[in-house]
Design a protein around this ligand. Structure first.
Ligand code: KG4
Ligand code: ZN
Length: 338
């Protein structure tokens, strides 16, 4: 135990949506194991996540996933100093599976339980891979449920500068992919198909590009639908590439502006959409041009995983101490700010 709080190895559990994940992280920084079991195959034929199926799959998968995370880390329960789980935001039934399991492990091993905010966990993904990263920084958090521009002023101190007024960026990817018949999950499908398309083929709208830090993607989704209906022979590859270009343009322009206004040295990407190849490339190019440190976590660290949960838990434990065992699951939890 190298940390002065006496807590070093945290078992993290993530079940907020359709990934069942467990990981062991030492001192909030060293990933000893990270196991993610995706339920994509179970939900694909429904074109999206079915909450009841997700909850039942978490119940079946969580015990073996936790066991694998412990074995990979070379530990048993005696080596775990705290157990953390995502308490929200997410699907309530799915969250409850992870939260209940984490509390049970914490009770059996007689260690603290830590409830983690999923959005805060995404912010910590970058810190796991880039030890030199330090607040203050700007994070663009783009996932299936959220699109947030966040000023991280210190550990646990955030200011939400902007968010989406309608669809999240990942939601727009998923809905457009479904409309184009590209399947679920839509983000990776559009990313792949767009490689063969022309991003300048169709000039889709860039909503609110010059207006503050908020985002809007629902008009873009409608514009895609209207364009395809009016032009049934249009190449799907061109639609995908032009749609992706519009989303990336807005995301990068706004992140860049927020970083300039806050005058921070570092800017990060987080969340599942940060796995997008064009966004990653454009974001890093923009950071280099602006003379800021840009950091993009590896793809597996961008999408849901439990290492980020354990990392966020380590910082939360130091700030707030353990979470009471009567804490529940909070489907609409926002980013904690102070
Ligand atoms: O962070 P995440 O794994 O789960 C949530 O917390 O929502 O994000 C999932 C979202 C989905 O909407 C998915 O389509 C999107 O991330 N996504 C991508 C890519 N990979 C995943 N979007 C665009 N391009 C990708 N390569
Ligand atoms: Zn997520």
């Amino acid at each position: 135990m190298s940390d002065d709080s006496g807590l070093s190895c945290i078992l993290g559990i993530e079940t907020s949506c359709d990934e069942t994940a467990a990981a062991v992280v030492a001192n909030g920084a060293a990933v000893l194991s990270s196991v993610v079991s995706s339920q994509v195959d179970l939900h694909a034929r429904f074109g999206g996540v079915v909450p009841e199926i997700a909850s039942r799959a978490h119940v079946e998968l969580l015990t073996p996933v936790v066991a694998e995370a412990l074995v990979e880390a070379g530990l048993d329960g005696a080596g775990i100093d705290a157990v953390a789980a995502t308490v929200g935001p997410g699907l309530v039934g799915a969250l409850l599976v992870g939260v209940s399991a984490a509390k049970a492990f914490a009770l059996v091993w007689d260690v603290p339980f830590v409830g983690v905010n999923h959005l805060e966990a995404h912010l910590y993904a970058a810190f796991l891979e880039e030890p030199s990263l330090a607040p203050p920084l700007i994070v663009l958090l783009v996932s299936g449920g959220h699109t947030l521009l966040v000023a991280m002023e210190d550990h646990g101190r955030y200011r939400v500068l902007g968010s989406t007024v309608d669809d999240a960026a990942g939601e727009a990817f998923d809905k457009v992919a479904r409309f184009l018949g590209l399947g679920y999950p839509g983000g990776p499908a559009i990313d792949r198909v767009a490689l063969e398309g022309d991003p300048r083929a169709i000039a889709f709208p860039r909503a609110m590009l010059d207006q503050g830090h908020d985002f809007s993607f629902s008009g873009l989704k409608t514009a895609v639908i209207n364009h395809v209906r009016a032009n049934p022979d249009v190449r799907v590859e061109d639609v995908a590439a032009s749609f992706q270009e519009a989303v990336v343009d807005v995301l990068v322009t706004k992140a860049r502006r927020a970083a300039a206004e806050a005058d921070v040295k570092a800017v990060c990407l987080a969340g599942g959409v940060a796995a997008n190849s064009v966004l990653r490339e454009r974001f890093l190019d923009a950071c280099m041009e602006d003379g800021r440190q840009g950091f993009v976590p590896s793809r597996s660290m961008c999408t849901d995983n439990a290492a980020m949960v354990a990392a966020a838990a380590w910082h939360r434990l130091r700030l707030d101490g353990p979470t009471p065992l009567d804490a529940g699951a909070y489907p609409n939890l926002g980013l904690p700010f102070s």
